[in-house]
Ligand binder design. Structure first.
Ligand SMILES: Cc1ncc(C[n+]2csc(CCOP(=O)(O)OP(=O)(O)O)c2C)c(N)n1
Ligand code: SF4
Ligand SMILES: [Mg+2]
Length: 277
């Protein structure tokens, strides 16, 4: 009998034989959706440079993708991504990291590179917690939740990351959940082709650190919750502000054209050196 090989297997680094993910973690769903987008665009991993910070989700490209990957420091993947884009503008830069990495310690890199509209794809896996380090409160943790660092409940209002990035000026912003893997792939195909800062927030399950604390428990239960809470941008527009809390607005939040910083710098360099472009 011939061996069945997964169609995306060729994208996986041959030396990888095990995973760091806990059973039921959403990371695998997102990893597969990303690779499927690259496959469906008939692109190659050599067209990309992947960058991640530190956290469970940062393990997605490194070591799993058989590609050029920078597994950087906590909070800094977007800064590394900008450096790569400046040096190798022909490459697609894809940052894959967590809500803590991108919106807490890395928050300024996130908003300023969204404002600059630097061409890169940023996939933010938002599990509403610091997963890898043991379940500390993140800037996305719901108000009142008891976590390792907030034993009596959090007392901070959480960020809506996609809205934050949209307000900062990114030209493409979208949100889905791990209940929507096909939509993640379709969105990423658009994001990869976009000239500008393309941000995809994926609400994802961490059954071990987050699910245990909310009582949601298993990843199946968490996926069911995503299904029930998800509402399209169009449907959400019909609801009042009082009806929206507790819902997850999914879909394309913004898709617009505006100057992209790396291209503007190249044009300026050409002007400064007297080369007409
Ligand atoms: C400068 C610095 N501060 C703190 C840490 C510890 N640290 C590593 S990962 C992490 C949080 C990870 O959370 P997130 O980015 O949401 O990723 P997840 O594990 O949830 O996927 C923290 C606080 C670190 N490695 N470096
Ligand atoms: S701790 Fe949570 S985010 Fe990290 S691998 Fe386990 S389930 Fe996934
Ligand atoms: Mg997290």
């Amino acid at each position: 009998m011939s061996e069945l090989i997964h169609p995306l297997h060729r994208f996986i680094r041959p030396s990888v034989t095990s995973t760091t993910n806990c059973p039921g973690c959403g990371n695998g769903i997102v990893a597969q959706a990303i690779l499927r987008a690259i496959d469906e665009l008939s692109m190659d991993l050599d067209d990309f440079i992947f960058v991640s910070g530190i956290g469970c989700s940062a393990w997605i490209p490194s070591p799993f993708f058989n590609a050029d990957v920078l597994h950087t420091t906590h909070g800094r993947p977007i800064a590394f991504g900008l450096g790569i884009k400046m040096g190798l503008p022909e490459k697609k830069v894809m940052v894959i990291s967590g809500d803590g990495d991108l919106a807490a310690i890395g928050g300024n890199h996130l908003i300023h590179n969204a404002r600059r509209n630097v061409e890169m794809i940023v996939v933010c896996l938002n599990n509403s917690i610091y997963g890898m380090t043991g379940g500390q409160a993140a800037p996305t943790t719901p108000m009142g939740l008891k976590t390792t660092t907030t034993p009596y409940g959090t007392f901070e209002n959480p960020f809506d990351i996609a809205n934050l990035v949209m307000a900062a000026g990114a030209s493409f912003v979208s949100r889905w959940t791990t209940y929507h893997p096909r939509q993640i792939t379709t969105t990423l195909k658009k994001a990869i082709r976009k000239k500008g800062f393309s941000f995809l927030e994926v609400i994802t399950q961490c059954p071990v650190q987050f699910g245990k604390k909310t009582g949601s428990g298993s990843s199946v239960q968490m996926l069911r919750e995503y299904k029930e809470k998800a509402i399209s941008v169009k449907e959400a527009a019909k609801l009042s502000a009082e009806e929206l809390p507790g819902r997850i607005v999914v879909g394309e939040l913004v898709n617009t054209e505006k100057p992209e910083m790396v291209e503007e710098i190249m044009k300026m360099k050409a002007r400064a050196s007297g080369v007409k472009k």
